[in-house]
Design a binder for this molecule. Structure first.
Ligand code: NAD
Length: 246
């Protein structure tokens, strides 16, 4: 129970890594705010978490919409009086090589993956400063360290959210707030659905462990970083790649 009674917001928590993180966090005793784009998907996850004995509350929140984020934060503070953890997990891909990328593809990915992270952090930072404690975790990627073919927009956002945590670590460390990023390699989630089987096979071959990560293997890292066990980890970008980058 490393997160007992901690109030944690997880964005994009209706699927993949976000959902696995919500499951892990409730098992560790946290009260999880599940937020995502579809209220039906959010409600399903909240029901599952409660059936498993966890504490959870759901919000339909688009991370590009500051009013929706503010309403969630206000409601959470009214219910629980605090916000301890923010996991900026929501993310999208809209891949194309630079020569073929449209401005719309570029702008949409920046809006969700980069501006969305800024929006959510901004919405909780005053509360965390008042509390004198808090943890902010950003979903980066191995692509945010090394770049990737066809991902000009996505790579820029994933580099960017590492820049955020390094900056927030410097600004907020003395106020009791830690900020870190997690850089997964390939994780078996719906975000990879658009990829041909051949490409997925080639990706797996590049990993020394010869397989993708399960979402739970990333969720475990978020839980550790959110907990007091990681009390001196600040401004770090933790690679969880199965050795892909070696
Ligand atoms: P996923 O598609 O399974 O889940 C992403 C969730 O984010 C979805 O439920 C989606 O509805 C939600 N979302 C999208 N736009 C949103 C918005 N504007 N507001 C709120 N929610 C929104 O993907 P995943 O693989 O679980 O990815 C989670 C995070 O991990 C992403 O940031 C992704 O970039 C990152 N990541 C994934 C991998 C991988 O291989 N799967 C690798 C590295 C990093």
């Amino acid at each position: 129970m490393r997160l007992k009674d901690k109030v944690a917001i997880i964005t994009g928590a209706a699927s993949g890594i976000g959902k696995a993180t919500a499951e892990k966090f409730v098992r560790e005793g946290a009260i999880v705010a599940v937020c995502d784009l579809s209220i039906e998907a959010v409600s399903t996850v909240v029901e599952e978490l409660k059936l498993a004995g966890g504490q959870a509350v759901g919000y339909r929140v688009n991370v590009t919409d500051k009013a929706e984020i503010a309403a969630m934060v206000t409601d959470l503070k009214a219910r629980y009086g605090r916000i301890d953890i923010l996991v900026n997990n929501a993310g999208i891909v809209m891949d194309a090589q630079l020569a073929k990328m449209s401005d719309d593809q570029f702008d949409k990915v920046i809006d969700v993956n980069l501006k969305g992270v800024y929006n959510c952090a901004k919405a909780v930072v005053d509360t965390m400063i008042e509390q004198g404690s808090g943890v902010i975790l950003n979903a980066s990627s191995v692509v945010g360290v090394y770049g990737n073919f066809g991902q000009t927009n996505y790579a820029a956002t994933k580099f960017g959210v590492i820049g955020f945590v390094k900056t927030w670590a410097k600004e907020l460390g003395k106020k009791g707030i830690r900020a870190n990023a997690v850089c997964p390699g390939f994780v078996a989630t719906p975000i990879l659905q658009a990829m041909p089987e051949k490409v997925i096979q080639a990706m797996e071959d590049k990993v020394p462990m010869k397989r993708m990560a399960a979402p739970e293997e990333i969720a475990n890292v978020y839980a550790f970083l959110a907990s007091d066990e990681a009390s001196y980890i600040n401004g770090a970008a933790i690679e969880v790649t199965g050795g892909l980058t070696l």
